[in-house]
Write a protein that binds this ligand. Sequence first.
Ligand SMILES: Nc1ncnc2c1ncn2[C@@H]1O[C@H](COP(=O)(O)OP(=O)(O)OP(=O)(O)O)[C@@H](O)[C@H]1O
Length: 285
Amino acid sequence: MTANRAESEGRSDATGDSGVTSMTEIASPRGSPGVESPVIQSRDLDVFYGETQALDGITMDIPERRVTALIGPSGCGKSTFLRSINRMNDLIDVARVEGDLFFHGKNVYDDDVDPVALRRKIGMIFQQPNPFPKSIFDNVAYGLRVQGKDDDLEEQVRTALERAALLEEVEDQLDSSGLDLSGGQQQRLCIARAIATDPEVILMDEPASALDPVATSKIEDLVETLAEEYTVVIVTHNMQQAARISDKTAVFLTGGELVEFDDTTKIFENPESQRVEDYITGKFG
Ligand SMILES: Nc1ncnc2c1ncn2[C@@H]1O[C@H](COP(=O)(O)OP(=O)(O)OP(=O)(O)O)[C@@H](O)[C@H]1O
């Protein structure tokens, strides 16, 4: 279905090296109203783990340079959807994807897409900060060195640390281990590492859930700033956090269904769906 649909929609699959760099439009009538510059578009996306269906027919457009929050009760498929965007589910043996997931109009599940190159464009931040057991400098420089982008390395590392709102706190200790930083600093170091290689999209899977309130607040401020340059998609269990920092909110409910996707203010103030209202007001979940 995937390739045929792409052809029938008349999309160009011309791409750069990574296979994910073309900018074409999906001529689908069923996108998300109100999303004018979608970077990521899922169409009827199903994900299975063996016999278990984790996502059921997800169709959604994710806007460029905005924060999109994914919320919903435990087990409803938020992380699965996030991982399907940069093909992290490929690393799970039993995971199987059906339907389409487009990045700039190119289906990321096409055979000619290199998942490693895709993940350079679509970086990921996890719940637990996971710096390498290396210096702060080497953590941020790692991806740049791997890609051979090591001209002006020091400048690039400092810029990434600054964008991740960490430079001021660590500029005198760039040779110290990243593991010696606090949890919140480690998470910002991971964000610096992710943005050093200049991705377009940053996926965040509950990035503040292991942090104290002060560190959480710094991450929240940072997420809003990052959206000036990057497209951010964030999974959070914390509805207040979603309401504070996101522009769009997608509500997933049990069964891996996307029940409502809209402007965050609309979702929290006047949702269309009774089930969403019940979830938002704490009647379940
Ligand atoms: N690696 C896996 N193998 C098998 N089943 C999995 C795997 N990962 C997730 N699942 C199942 O897929 C469904 C969706 O899980 P997922 O982690 O995406 O939900 P979630 O909404 O992110 O949950 P939480 O909020 O608890 O993190 C659940 O039923 C879960 O048990």
